[in-house]
Design a binder for this molecule. Structure first.
Ligand code: 5RP
Length: 235
């Protein structure tokens, strides 16, 4: 198994220790969150955790949770979520995040903002000093608006590309039926709060992957002396 997967497994196993009986849990998306969902299913199916309800953040997490027998509840049917656990593509020193590598950031942000706590689980490759120097910011746009939004964003000192699908001709289509622009600001993102709202104010944009002031705890998987280790970072 490669080192990154070992780090992801370690952090996924640590994350489910934060779940207790009776909780409504936001189920994140991506490969690290999928490992967390598998660990959660093991605890539920062995009777170690009781009365858990999961709120999926994507088609991916919904299918996985259903297959593993995790009871699910709709985002619309809950007034609050006790704890959401999700991955991230970049985490800066102030715990601001870029998410949406899996094109799921719309529902991920809905779940995160309804959750009393958002626990982020990453391997150490996701920690950065400055956001968006390397990982492009995912922006979900209405299909009819993609070119207009792309042109507007490119006048904001950024480059962007329409995310294309694998094993399907044409673009990635999100769970909501929209498209994704991946945006790299030429100088990175220094003020995520301002950039988040500027992009979301463009006509045709549904949501972008900046998660600002949404988490106070990040579990980081590392490799030390050839073995995986988890470090908990708290604000
Ligand atoms: C999906 C996400 C994921 O949480 C993010 O892309 C991290 O994924 P992975 O754990 O596979 O690296 O935001 O939209």
């Amino acid at each position: 198994m490669d080192l990154q997967t070992l780090m992801k497994e370690a952090v996924a196993e640590a994350a489910v220790k934060e779940i207790s009986d009776g909780m409504i849990v936001g189920l994140g998306s991506g490969s690290t969150a999928a490992l967390m969902i598998k660990n959660l299913a093991l605890l539920i199916n062995s009777g170690k955790l009781k009365n858990i309800q999961g709120v999926p953040t994507s088609f991916q997490s919904e299918v996985l949770a259903l297959e593993l027998g995790i009871p699910l509840v709709d985002l619309t049917s809950v007034s609050e979520i006790d704890l959401a656990i999700d991955g991230a593509d970049e985490v800066d020193n102030n715990f601001q995040l870029i998410k949406g590598g899996g094109a799921c950031h719309v529902r991920e942000k809905l779940v995160a903002t309804k959750a009393n706590k958002l626990l982020i689980v990453v391997d150490e490759t996701k920690l950065v000093d400055d956001l968006n120097k390397e990982f492009p910011l995912p922006v979900e746009v209405l299909p009819v608006a993609w070119k207009q939004v792309k042109d507007t964003i490119e006048n904001m000192n950024a480059v962007s590309s329409l995310r294309m699908a694998n094993k399907k001709a044409g673009p990635v289509v999100t769970d909501q039926g929209n498209l994704i622009l991946d945006v790299l600001f030429k100088e990175g993102i220094r003020n995520p709060k301002i950039v988040e709202s500027e992009i979301n104010n463009l006509p045709g944009v549904l949501e972008n992957g900046l998660f600002v002031d949404l988490t106070e705890k990040v579990l980081v998987g590392k490799i030390e002396n050839n073995s995986p280790k988890v470090v908990s970072l708290c604000k």
